[in-house]
Design a binder for this molecule. Sequence first.
Ligand code: ATP
Ligand code: MG
Length: 362
Amino acid sequence: MEQLQFKDAISHPVFKTISEAAAAIGVDAYVIGGFVRDYFLKRGAKQDIDIVAVGSGIELAQKVAKLLPQSTKVSVFKTYGTAMVKTDDFELEFVGARKESYTRDSRNPIVEDGTLEDDQNRRDFTINAMAFSLNPENYGLLVDPFNGIADLEKKIIKTPLAPDVTYSDDPLRMMRAIRFAAQLNFRINDDSFHSIKNNASRIKIITNERIITELNKIMMCNEPSHGFILLEKTGLLSYFLPELTALKGIEEVEGQKHKDNFYHTLEVVDNISRKTDNLWLRWAALLHDIGKAPTKKFSKKVGWTFHGHEFKGAKMVYHLFKRLKMPLNDKMKFVQLMVRMSSRPIAVIDESATDSAVRRLV
Ligand code: ATP
Ligand code: MG
């Protein structure tokens, strides 16, 4: 394969320091993951940088901290074999290259020391497995065993190993696939998509906190509907937000139909996302109609009704937040308030219901 070197990408002095530290303790070191991906996507300077050491990541972090011009604290996470060093510009996350093997009912793998290649094999996507060498003999060399560069160009989310292995080993990766597709406006490749569909139920072994972290990232995309449609189509959504999937579908009785409240909801979320980057206002939009599924009725006289759905919906917000381990403080109360008021046109249409007004409320 062609040898491509990207010294420019790692021209910041901190990379030279890491390189020197690695040479001093006799390990190879690489920048890996999001930093490399975002360099090629020109997504702007990244604050968090992942460094993999073929050897001890903790030892490398300690050596780096010693060589940095300012005195710097190292945060060591012994159980994970990782360490973090904060500089003025970056958060450097160090990990030793590892090989992972999984058992079926846990996302906690058996971890052994490994080579760079082992480490790249356990990464989630080809575009997240690329590394730049920090070693003196080939400084800046791109190590890209799964041709992540080509997938970046094709805008494709694809796993390095067979997708059933990658997703089943750590089902959180299914959420991450959709999150990256939504953030980067990429497509999930067909094999991956089918594999997520087949493995969707394995999301049950992932804690709600981790699911919500990814969900909030989807929520903060320019067009959150992109992610939610994928979550629905893969079957994942029903495992953690059944209140939303219950809004799906159009029923017809005696020639009278109601709208599909799921797709209507996603339109509202996209609309509000053009106006505000307030996460809780976006949540309010997502949940504004959840009371409609349990209050839906058909009567010959008036057709479809959803009486009291705002009040029902506001109550459901509490249970939903509690179940998903989301904050039960003023954020939740704000979402409840918005859901309760959501049928008053002024609350949604009034321009003042955007950022500044919300900042006062939240
Ligand atoms: P972001 O810009 O959102 O932080 P990122 O790619 O840096 O994107 P992180 O969650 O910070 O994402 O993870 C850093 C790297 O670690 C990823 O690029 C990927 O290589 C790897 N990674 C993270 N989580 C997983 C996972 N669950 N399975 C496999 N690899 C993972
Ligand atoms: Mg990151």
